[in-house]
Design a protein around this ligand. Structure first.
Ligand SMILES: Nc1ncnc2c1ncn2[C@@H]1O[C@H](COP(=O)(O)OP(=O)(O)OP(=O)(O)O)[C@@H](O)[C@H]1O
Ligand SMILES: [Mg+2]
Length: 241
C-alpha cells in the first residue's frame, strides 16, 4: 500500500537536468526523511509532487490517482500539503487571520468535522503551540514562531500528506527539538504521512523511519536512517559539497 508514488520523474530546466528518473514510494502514516546536498533536487521534487511545477516527465500518483493533469490547488484538495522553505505570511495580519484565509477559501464541511472555521483555526494553533500568539501580527514573530505558522498553514486543510521543506533551518538546537516534537505528535495523533526535507542530520535521523538521499537529481540511498548515514555514497555526496 502506498499513499504517494513517484514514477520515473524527470525534470529539466532548459538543458539542465534537475531530476533524473526518480522512483519513490511513500506508505500511509510513514515518516520519511528526504536529504541531499544543496541543489540536489529536493525542493524541485516537492514542487513536482505538489504541482507547483507541472512540466515534468513521469508520473505523480496519490492514493492510486495519477495527478499529472491537476494544478497545485487541486492536488492540495486531494490531501497534499507543503510548507515553503521561505515562509511568506501576510505580515500586516495576525497569526489567526493568516490561518483563516486558506480556511475560508478552501476548507470543506467534511474537513471541519463539525467545528466552525474559527474553532478549527484555534485547534491548529493549539497543535502547533501558537495559541498565545493568535492575535499577534506576523511581522513581529520570532523565527520559530514563523516556522510554526508556516506548518500551521500547511496543516489547515487537514492534509493526508504533509511535506515540510526545511522547517528547522536557522533554529537553535532546543527549537529544533520543539518542532520535532510537534511533527511527531501530529504524525502519531492523526496518522498523517510526513515527508521531511532537512539539512539538520540529527533532526532528520531521529524523525525518520526511512531516509531517501538525492544527489544531483538521482536517488542514491533509500533505507533506514542508520544504513543511510553509513552509506559511502551519501558521505561522498556531502563531502563533495
Ligand atoms: N526555476 C529554476 N530554473 C532553473 N534552475 C532551477 C530552478 N529551480 C531549481 N533549479 C536548479 O535545480 C537544482 C535543484 O534545485 P533544488 O532547489 O531542487 O535543490 P535542493 O535540493 O532543494 O537544494 P537546497 O538544499 O539548497 O534547498 C539546482 O541546481 C537549482 O539551481
Ligand atoms: Mg530546497
Amino acid at each position: 500500500m502506498t499513499v504517494l508514488e513517484v514514477n520515473k520523474l524527470t525534470k529539466k530546466f532548459g538543458g539542465f537536468t534537475a531530476l533524473s528518473d526518480i522512483n519513490l514510494e511513500v506508505k500511509p502514516g510513514e515518516r520519511l526523511g528526504l536529504i541531499g546536498p544543496n541543489g540536489s533536487g529536493k525542493t524541485t521534487l516537492i514542487n513536482c509532487v505538489s504541482g507547483t511545477i507541472r512540466d515534468y516527465q513521469g508520473e505523480v500518483v496519490f492514493n492510486g490517482e495519477n495527478l499529472n493533469n491537476l494544478v497545485a490547488h487541486k492536488r492540495a484538495r486531494r490531501g497534499i500539503s507543503r510548507s515553503f522553505q521561505i515562509p511568506k505570511p501576510f505580515s500586516s495580519m495576525t497569526v489567526k487571520q493568516n490561518l483563516l484565509i486558506p480556511l475560508e477559501y478552501a476548507v470543506t464541511a467534511e474537513q471541519l468535522d463539525g467545528l466552525t472555521i474559527e474553532e478549527h483555526a484555534d485547534k491548529i494553533m493549539e497543535d502547533l503551540e501558537l495559541k498565545d500568539k493568535s492575535d499577534d501580527l506576523t511581522g513581529g514573530l520570532t523565527q520559530i514562531e514563523m516556522r510554526k505558522l508556516e506548518l500551521a498553514r500547511a496543516m489547515a486543510l487537514k492534509p493526508q500528506l504533509l511535506i515540510s521543506d526545511e522547517a528547522m533551518a536557522g533554529l537553535s538546537s532546543s527549537e529544533v527539538d520543539d518542532i520535532l516534537k510537534i511533527l511527531i505528535a501530529l504524525n502519531e495523533a492523526t496518522k498523517i504521512t510526513i515527508v521531511m526535507i532537512e539539512h539538520i542530520m540529527r533532526a532528520v535521523m531521529s524523525f525518520s523511519e526511512r531516509v531517501v538521499c538525492l544527489d544531483a537529481g538521482k536517488v542514491i540511498a533509500n533505507s533506514t536512517p542508520n544504513e543511510v548515514i553509513k552509506n559511502p555514497a551519501v558521505e561522498k555526496a556531502y563531502l563533495g559539497e
